[in-house]
Design a binder for this molecule. Structure first.
Ligand code: NAP
Length: 697
């Protein structure tokens, strides 16, 4: 594990002299040489830090990740990596107050910081839990079912996913210095791949603070994470075919980096999350006075002002029925007028500054472009009231609402992203128009529609999905619990086509697989079962005189099989099961009734066959088997009629040790492949049962 050496303490913003930020390279905290970039407090404009990576050996960083971090992470199973993420999340959460203090320097309000800091740590927690639920306690992942490749069943296929053996380079935007780092690190580390984190320089002082916490924790293996506060130098030139880059930032930078020779020549995986002109639409049914109208106004205003509009998912284009434009404009103006801009440390301030003066210039340029094609209907570019701070010193920007009278021909609001509290209203005549406007974003991260008419929701969802990574279908029923338009979630895909970069992050297990190589294995069922440590039909089996339910978790071998005695199903069985279960479906009542459907004669209940087969394979006395845990993949493949004789084949398919809770019984989950057959040896039911089995240790 990484030794906590010479840790930088979080930047002190209370008037102390600026200090140089550290990078973490090759297992040591280092400061770059050369002319550093000054970093400013977003509220006061004061220089609070310097950043430089001059003189760092980027090739050595890549080598360190590849030769130290990669092997250490790959030696761990998914469950070990998941537990590592959980411990890390707990460690960082316990120190969050220190991070909030540093976050103030980025101009964030407490709520903005919550999204960034606790949202980021929450992503670690989410992946920690998915890692244990959705991945095996193995170093690799088996993807999908066995693929039969031959008639005789001796040649089959199976996909496995193994960690890439290079390094993941994470290049992040300035707006979420913590979440941006952690939402990428969580799936990467869970996949077993080391990372080099390159935050945007301007807010890297906050990333440095949280990263230092990660190192201080001593939880991560050496070489698994490194940090660059400052320029990335020639880092990307050292990447090879086993590496991956995840970039978040402007489309121009993304395009430029994606075309670098080392990236192109080595086909380095390159995920881009870029500019996005997200839409929100008011449904034709959501007239003033409806709950949806009020929710819409609240959401649009919130998306314009939270993080001062510096969110890749913020609503930039607001599409409303032409008959409601005036109402929407008036309602938004009222709501936005109540947003106090200033120093977030001052009570009552709801919106802070942009991240820096350079951003003020950028957003201003974008606003000037939008002005050519839309009319300003709320706010003024050069009249800004700021509470508790000097408007000229800090990076403050006014809230601006535009309205476009002809959004089909005057298209700048569809093309130019003002990365601040700026939004354009657009009228539509009918839903086709509205969807055409939504698609003018040419690929966005997210769109939303506020409607209580599910037919409208369906039309908009299917009509705009190809152009969006995520769609929020909002109405009064989701209002209380909805996470809103602008929140990417670890279990859902984040990314979008076209202008949004064409990338995809998070999305639960999908985000992990992005850092893994999927390989198709072909061979005999026995060989593949041995490789993936999971029994597959057709593989060689074993068995002995001891019933498998009398064996502890450790004693069971994959492929160990029990073949039961047989039982003849009778009319009386079927009638009794009908009475016991209350299932009097006509096909179980008489031959005549059964023939009115798909059966030849009175048929046994599938659930009876399931129960009867348990009666055949269960060993009843107390022993290592603790409980039935569930059943998966059940198929009734052939009817069973009274007079048929069934028997079962139970094979140990997969074993997963579970964590032992304090005072808990050490145990594991054993998955059993079950095949129930009739007297002609034809399968009538197949499924997998899961049992909890005591561990002997
Ligand atoms: P940016 O200027 O493109 O910078 C993004 C990152 O790229 C920064 O870390 C930057 O580092 C780095 N970078 C720039 N040149 C580089 C080079 N030659 N080699 C390696 N790295 C390089 O974007 P930004 O101004 O930080 O962020 C704002 C933009 O990001 C907006 O357009 C917004 O829509 C987009 N964004 C998108 C998402 C999303 O998920 N889709 C999320 C957030 C933001 P330096 O800071 O050191 O230059």
């Amino acid at each position: 594990m990484i030794a906590p050496t010479a840790l930088p303490t979080p930047l002190d913003l209370s008037g102390h002299a600026p200090r140089a930020l550290f990078s973490y390279a090759g297992g040591a905290w280092v400061r770059g040489a050369g002319t550093p970039t000054p970093l400013h407090h977003a509220v006061t404009g004061a220089v609070i830090a310097h950043a430089s990576t001059g003189g760092l050996d980027f090739a050595a960083m890549v080598h360190h990740a590849r030769s130290v971090g990669g092997p250490a992470l790959r030696a761990m199973t998914f469950h070990q990596r998941a537990r590592m993420l959980k411990a890390l999340a707990q460690f960082l959460m316990a120190r969050k107050d220190a991070y909030y203090a540093v976050s103030a320097g980025t101009g964030a309000t407490t709520r903005d910081s919550w999204v960034d800091i606790e949202g980021g740590i929450g992503t670690l927690f989410a992946y920690a839990s998915r890692g244990r639920r959705e991945f095996p306690d193995e170093t690799f992942h088996v993807d999908g079912p066995t693929e039969p490749l031959s008639k005789g069943g001796t040649f089959v296929g199976r996909h496995i996913c193994v960690p890439l053996e290079g390094v993941a380079v994470h290049i992040n935007a300035f707006n979420f210095p913590v979440w941006g780092m952690l939402e990428k690190l969580a799936p990467t580390l869970l996949a077993g791949v080391p990372a080099i984190v390159k935050p945007a320089t301007i807010t890297s002082f906050l990333t440095e603070a949280v990263f230092a916490g990660m190192i201080e924790s001593g939880i991560l293996p050496a070489g698994s994470v490194q940090l660059l506060c400052g320029s990335a130098g020639d880092l990307l030139d050292h990447l090879d075919e086993q590496c991956a880059v995840a970039f978040t930032g402007s489309a121009d930078t993304g395009r430029m980096l994606k075309q670098m020779p080392a990236i192109v020549q080595n086909n380095v995986r390159f995920n881009v999350e870029a500019d996005s002109l997200n839409f929100s639409m008011l449904g034709p049914d959501a007239a003033p006075g409806t709950e949806e109208f009020d929710l819409f106004i609240k959401e649009v205003a919130n998306e314009m002002t939270s993080k001062a509009g510096q969110k890749c998912t913020a609503i930039r284009r607001t599409i409303v029925p032409e008959t409601m434009v005036d109402d929407v404009r008036a309602a938004l103006a009222t709501r936005l007028a109540g947003t106090v801009i200033g120093d977030p440390a001052v009570k009552g301030v709801r919106m802070g500054p942009l991240a820096g003066r350079a951003q003020v210039g950028e957003v201003r340029k974008a606003v000037e472009a939008i002005t050519k094609d839309a009319e300003l209907v709320f706010g003024a570019l050069d009249a800004l009231q700021v509470t508790g701070a000097d408007a000229a010193a800090g990076a403050f920007f006014p809230i601006l609402l535009f309205a476009s009278s002809d959004p089909f021909r005057r298209t700048t609001p569809h093309d130019v992203e003002a990365f601040g509290p700026v939004n354009t209203l657009m009228p539509y005549r009918n839903l086709d128009d509205a969807m055409a406007l939504a698609r003018r974003g040419r690929g966005s991260l997210v769109g939303s529609v506020f409607t209580n008419d599910d037919a409208v929701a369906r039309t908009v969802a299917l009509g705009t999905a190809a152009h969006h990574g995520r769609l929020l279908l909002a109405n009064r029923h989701t209002a209380k619990e909805s996470t809103g338009h602008g929140s990417p979630l670890p279990n859902l895909v984040h990314g979008g086509p076209g202008r949004a970069g064409g990338g995809e992050e998070m999305g639960g297990a999908r985000g992990v697989l992005h850092y893994m190589q999927r390989t198709a294995l072909q061979g005999s069922p026995t060989t593949l079962s041995h490789v993936v440590r999971e029994y597959m039909p057709g593989a060689a089996t074993t068995g002995d005189a001891v019933h498998p339910f009398r064996k502890h978790f450790e004693e069971l071998a994959i492929g160990e099989t029990l073949i039961t005695a047989s039982r003849t199903i009778t009319h009386e069985d079927v009638d009794k099961f009908s009475d016991l279960s209350g299932d009097h479906f006509y096909a179980h009542k008489s031959d005549e009734l059964a023939r009115q459907g798909v059966f030849e004669k009175k048929v046994a209940h599938g659930y009876f066959i399931l129960s009867a087969s348990a009666g055949l394979f269960v060993d009843p006395a107390p022993g290592p088997v603790l409980a039935n845990y569930g059943l998966e993949g059940l198929r009734f493949v052939k009817p069973v009629y009274p007079g048929d004789a069934i028997h079962a084949r139970l094979t140990c398919k997969q074993k997963t040790a579970k964590e032992t809770l304090p005072d808990g019984i050490p145990q594991g989950v054993v998955a059993w492949d079950v095949e129930v057959k009739n007297q002609d040896d034809e399968p009538v039911a197949v499924y997998t049962i899961l049992t909890l089995v005591r561990r002997s240790g």
